[in-house]
Design a protein around this ligand. Structure first.
Ligand code: PEP
Ligand code: MG
Length: 537
């Protein structure tokens, strides 16, 4: 039994088999393997898959650049099948009992060194090729590990870090917990863990050798226990049962109003990333959806989702919620949420870069497709639309012009749509400062405290090294929230919070006193907040 220590970002107890995800960065680690034959089979399968990829690349290049340009992929196939190259990898696996990735990486180094030292200019150049095929082969081996997440047993995902596009591909029904070496309290992995109601730890310095072992995550103490003794396992299973009992107790609040003792009602909504979260919204009895992060729809795809694909999803959410409010946020990509097919340039400072509404306003064809889908879906429920990363009244007016254009088009095509409330995220200090003017333009504000804290304190929310000073309780942030509520109300807009701070039970009373109208939180946080609000005098 061995215990590793990290920082908890969401509480709870999880037990499962540990899956250490290796990054595509091809950062290969040496690990000891017990079954050499099994590893050889893994290698063989990966070589076959790599050969298929090379054949496909050959065909593609043949069509696009002709025979001479495609020839290199034939050379690569031959090199991959080369007996000397393959034997070197196989020998290393068997004699040194190492993992296939490591054996490929070492063989690549040896062969590349050998080619590079040759006199013949043609042979010298083969050094780069052997590295290239080896990287591809390692990529396939690592990819196979990634797919293992879709296992039949409950798993604890352990990784250097997880990007939203990686988490989106997982079979979440098997994931019991997330543990990462990097990542911050407000990273999307942390948000996802809260949404899924599974414990999560960050800043945990693990060893690759824990892969495949049984682990326990204590999301209260920040511990990952590997290979627990039977006694420890039994202890934690008991703790898990106690947790379940506490949750059961909260279930009594289902169907009750979210109302203070003095009779003020606060709308308690849920944050979701997709249809799969709806189950949890229902179980936790949310009064609506206050933030549907629609970018996850784009992250799941290999190409832009069509209007029809989006319409089906939005309609399904609206129908499932059966008349309860569903606020869908338009595409918020860029910064930590990168999507290859958008072809965005690499930026030095992406959090302050080309993201969210800035992309939508520069690429109206993408924006209009989403707006059409949203308006069409509005005929099937109570949809609201909100726009992220707003900094000015000018932006909001441009958005509203595009919205009107979309509505006119739909009307002229005889497509019906419902009444849609329009709102904006208040997540930049600029939006806070002009919230008085903005209130006259929209129906509601939703305060995105995750980004608002980042931009107000000038602290990258993704930077784990700054986690200790990323303080959403900072008086500057709280004063801004107060100001937004006052300005919103003066201008006739209702005001909610959809950032993670909305679920902070230490601040629930403060928000109620400030006059907040709505709190939108991870589904698992709904019932504890309902209890807190019902106790408020
Ligand atoms: C926020 O910034 O608070 C927010 C809710 O948006 P996201 O976390 O998706 O950036
Ligand atoms: Mg945000």
């Amino acid at each position: 039994m061995k215990t590793f220590y990290g920082k908890p970002v969401f509480g709870g107890i999880a037990v499962g088999e540990i899956r250490v995800l290796k990054k595509e960065e091809k950062n290969v680690h040496r690990s000891h393997i017990d079954d050499g034959e099994k590893e050889l089979k893994r290698l063989e399968k990966a070589v076959d898959e790599t050969l298929t990829q090379l054949k496909q690349l050959y065909e593609k290049a043949l069509k696009e650049v002709g025979e001479s340009g495609a020839a290199i992929f034939e050379v690569h196939q031959m090199m991959l099948e080369d007996q000397g190259y393959q034997e070197s990898i196989q020998n290393m696996i068997m004699t040194q009992q190492v993992n296939a990735e490591y054996a490929v990486a070492v063989t690549a180094d040896n062969f590349a060194g050998m080619f590079a030292s040759m006199e013949d200019a043609y042979m010298k150049e083969r050094a780069a090729d052997v590295r290239d095929i080896s990287e591809r082969l390692i990529g396939v081996l690592l990819e196979e590990e990634k797919k293992e997440i879709n296992a039949d047993v409950p798993v604890i995902i352990v990784a250097q870090d997880l990007t939203p596009s990686e988490t989106v591909q997982m079979d979440k029904s098997k994931v019991q917990s997330f543990v990462t070496r990097h990542g911050s309290t407000n990273s999307h992995t942390a948000i996802l863990a809260r949404t899924m109601n599974v414990p999560a730890l960050i800043g945990l310095d693990y060893e690759d050798g824990i892969h495949g072992k049984i682990g326990i995550v204590d999301g209260f103490k920040g511990e990952l226990i590997v290979n627990p003794t039977e006694e420890v396992l039994a202890l934690y299973q008991k703790k898990q049962e106690e947790e379940a009992a506490k949750r059961e107790l909260l279930q009594q609040l289902k169907g009750k109003e979210t109302i203070t003792r003095s009779g003020r009602e606060i709308r308690l909504y849920a944050n979701i990333g997709g249809i799969s979260d709806l189950q949890s919204v229902m179980t936790n009895d949310a009064a609506g959806i206050g933030l549907f992060r629609s970018e996850f729809l784009y992250l799941e795809k290999e190409d832009y989702p069509t209007e029809e694909e989006q319409f089906q999803v939005y309609r399904s959410v609206a129908e499932t919620m059966a008349g309860k409010k569903v606020i869908i946020r338009t595409l918020d990509i860029g910064a930590d949420k990168q999507i290859d097919y958008f072809g965005l340039e690499k930026e030095d400072n992406p959090a302050m870069g080309y993201r969210a509404i800035r992309i939508c306003l520069k690429r109206p064809e993408i924006f209009k497709t989403q707006l059409r889908a949203l308006y069409r879906a509005s005929a099937y429920g109570n949809i609201g639309i909100m726009f992220p990363m707003i900094i000015s009244v000018k932006e909001v007016r441009s958005i509203k012009e595009i919205v009107e254009e979309v509505k006119r088009e739909l009307t002229s095509q005889g497509v019906t749509y419902g009444e849609v409330e329009l709102g904006i995220m208040i997540e930049t200090p600029a939006a806070v400062m002009v919230s008085g003017e903005l209130a006259g333009e929209v129906d509601f504000f939703s305060i995105g405290t995750n980004d608002l804290t980042q931009y107000t304190l000038a602290i990258d929310r993704q930077n784990a090294a700054l986690d200790d000073i990323y303080d959403p309780h900072h008086p500057a942030v709280l004063k801004m929230i107060q100001m937004v509520i006052e300005n919103g109300h003066k201008g006739g807009a209702w005001v909610g919070i959809c950032g993670e701070l909305g679920a902070d039970l230490e601040l629930t009373d403060t928000f109620v006193e400030m006059g907040i109208d709505e709190l939108s939180v991870s589904p698992s946080c709904i019932l504890p907040i309902r209890r807190k609000i019902r106790e408020h005098d």
